[in-house]
Design a protein around this ligand. Structure first.
Ligand code: PEP
Ligand code: MN
Length: 346
């Protein structure tokens, strides 16, 4: 069961609900978002129904939610959500193109990639400063120096930044630079990281674990929401199957399935799923037509020299073709390309 409190509710009203639930042996998890307080109840639903929680001061709505994930479920929130990243919407009416290098390598490379992305109509920049690599000998990213480069490129281009954070103790530092935090596939069930990001109010892109079911993915999102951060975008980036012809298998059916189960936006990463440049265009087309709320693609000015994932990075000429496909298919789906709606300071 989920109790949604009225906007601007007093702490006493929230405490009163918690006390009443606990008095009958239930547990109440308070999630304080930017605009509302939501209380997730765990325990016997019939007992809760007898408490007349809906009649208590400050309570706006009480809903029964049968799924294990509650706050991210569509049962609790039938309208599909829009997440705004510095004024760029990600949600059901738009298709958001996010592009940039896999890894931040140098200021010149990052700026060139950002300009390529922007010329193709991207309204957000991706780029990893902390790279979770399979090999300890591979390039691990520039760390905070990479974040500073991203911030400079944001200043130059106006593109908001999404960048990965790999450990709970670095969340506050990365959040000082990022407009959106990225949780990579290898960290989808790093529960301490999920909770630390849940404590912030920074939008987050949660990639699907390459070995995770949709249920596990939504439970991971619930960890973030339960701590009060509801600004979550899900990203399908391919899963492990027996197939070896692609880096991972893009589970395009995850888009409609997740949209049925959850109100959160869902985007697709065709670069990390296909793992090869020539697959990015067809997988992007599939993503948009399947109803994805956006795509996130790797681009690089000189992929042959990339320190990470060069084989899947688009070059300028591919981007022109991608841009046209995104424009045409976005219109075909009755949506508009996501544009930044306002400029914020900093
Ligand atoms: C990335 O986007 O750079 C990345 C490492 O992706 P994933 O976590 O999906 O492998
Ligand atoms: Mn990568």
């Amino acid at each position: 069961m989920v109790v949604v409190m009225m906007p601007g509710v007093e702490t006493e009203a929230v405490d009163a609900v918690v006390t009443r639930v606990e008095a009958v042996g239930g547990q109440a998890f308070v999630s304080r978002g930017v605009s509302r307080v939501i209380i997730g109840l765990i325990g016997d639903v019939e007992t809760f129904s007898a408490l007349d929680l809906a009649g208590m001061p400050g309570v706006a709505q009480v809903t029964r939610v049968s799924t294990e994930y509650k706050l991210v479920s569509r049962e609790h929130h039938p309208e599909r959500s829009v997440v705004h990243v510095r004024g760029v919407p990600i949600g059901p009416d738009t298709v958001t193109l996010i592009a940039g290098p896999c890894a931040v390598e140098t200021p010149e490379q990052t700026l060139a990639a950002a300009q390529m992305a922007q010329a193709a109509g991207a309204t957000m920049l991706r780029g990893g400063a902390f790279k979770p690599r399979t090999s300890p000998y591979a390039f691990q990213g520039l760390g905070e120096q990479g974040l500073r480069i991203l911030a400079d490129v944001r200043q130059e281009t106006g593109l908001p930044i999404v960048t990965e954070v790999v450990s709970a103790h670095e969340v506050a530092m990365v959040a000082e630079y990022a407009d959106m935090l990225q949780i990579g596939t290898r960290n989808m069930q790093n529960f301490a990281l999920l909770q630390a990001i849940g404590e912030t109010r920074v939008p987050v892109m949660l990639k699907r674990g390459m070995n995770s079911t949709i249920q596990e993915w939504l439970m991971a999102a619930e960890y973030i929401a339960q701590r009060g951060n509801l600004e979550i975008v899900l990203c399908e980036r391919g899963i492990r199957t027996f197939e070896t012809a692609t880096r991972n298998t893009l589970d395009v059916s995850a888009v409609p399935v997740v949209q049925q189960l959850s109100h959160l936006p869902v985007i697709i990463d065709p670069s990390h799923s296909g793992g090869r440049r020539e697959l990015v265009l067809p997988l992007s087309r599939a993503a948009i037509v399947a109803g994805a709320d956006g795509i996130i693609v790797d681009v690089h000015p000189q992929p042959e020299q990339a320190l990470c994932d060069g084989a899947q990075a688009l070059v300028a000429k591919d981007l022109g073709v991608l841009a046209r496909a995104v424009t045409d298919l976005t219109a075909y789906m009755g949506r508009s390309p996501a544009r930044r709606r306002y400029r914020s300071a900093g």
